[in-house]
Design a protein around this ligand. Structure first.
Ligand SMILES: [Mg+2]
Length: 299
């Protein structure tokens, strides 16, 4: 996932997850009395149910991915031919792009791989994100490729364009992640093909989980034709994760959306959510929920 919790906070979330007492779901009128799910099912309303259900079952979700990758593919060769074309943000373009090998840069989770089954498990249990269960899911290597991405990345690779994945998955998930990508038919080759959270970049100070240092690393070797992600942090460094900071980070690049930067939908998690409760995961779940409701517009 692109949004990770600090280790100390992860323990708090884990406790919260454990305290959500799962129990058998009530039967609907006329429903069979035979249990349909073996795992415990949470009985309370879950704020993520609609988001996860939409991601997994709505054809509109799949169409947005296909539309995005198809559109990107239709523009890719023109970007390749235009030697001035570069999709790295200015702060990360630390070496001139001219003459460098071409590349496309993609985030992994909810950009390339579909982790909605992990979110579905949280809906079923009533739990919240925690690192141990997330790692277990990643190690299953069962995430499916999202619609359109295999064709796009194979097209890029077939034209000599390097396919680079920048992910915030923890370092101990590197091998499982690469295996999952390959199983799904995604091209993985070259020393910079996968830059996970454990990537060390000399002379660059990593800010939290921001991807700027890794973008700077590839700026020395590649001219980046396009970037893909489900979080704005997949494209540019976000110095303040609040509404104003998020807008400020994107404002210089609005003309690049849909031409150099391709943004995919993620209603199930992301930095947009903690931005609504001041990024304070130590706040109780009900308090975070209260602040999220406060952030809504009613007229
Ligand atoms: Mg992502």
């Amino acid at each position: 996932m692109s949004v990770r919790l600090p280790a100390a906070l992860a323990a708090v979330v884990l406790l919260a997850a454990c305290s959500a007492a799962p129990s058998k779901a009530p039967s609907a009128p006329g429903a069979s009395t035979t249990p349909v799910a073996e795992a415990p099912v949470a009985t309370h309303a879950d704020d993520n149910l609609n988001a996860v259900a939409w991601s997994q079952t709505a054809i509109e979700h799949d169409l947005i991915y296909r539309q995005t990758y198809r559109d990107a593919q239709s523009r890719l060769l023109a970007a390749l031919a235009d030697k001035q074309w570069d999709a790295l943000p200015k702060d990360d373009r630390v070496a001139p792009a001219r003459g460098l090998k071409p590349a496309v840069v993609l985030d992994i989770d909810e950009t390339v791989l579909d982790n909605s089954p992990y979110q579905a498990r949280l809906v079923r249990s009533g739990g919240e994100y925690n690192e141990a269960e997330w790692a277990a899911w990643c190690n299953e290597q069962r995430a499916r490729a999202l619609p359109g991405v295999v064709a796009f990345t194979q097209f890029a690779a077939s034209h000599g364009i390097a396919v680079i994945y920048i992910s915030n998955r923890a370092k101990d998930l590197d091998q499982a992640t690469l295996a999952n990508l390959r199983k799904e038919g995604l091209p993985v080759s070259g020393p910079e093909a996968f830059l996970g959270l454990g990537t060390f970049v000399e002379d660059c100070e990593q800010i939290g989980t921001e991807k700027g240092c890794r973008r700077q690393l590839i700026s020395h070797k590649y001219r980046v034709l396009m970037q893909f992600g489900d979080q704005i942090g997949d494209f540019v460094t976000v110095l303040a994760n609040n509404a104003a900071g998020r807008e400020k980070a994107m404002t210089p690049y609005m003309d690049w959306i849909g031409t150099r930067w391709f943004v995919l939908p993620n209603p199930t998690y992301g930095a947009w959510e903690p931005a609504l409760f001041n990024n304070d995961y130590t706040a109780p779940r009900d308090e975070r929920r209260r602040q999220k409701i406060q952030s809504l517009r009613f007229d």
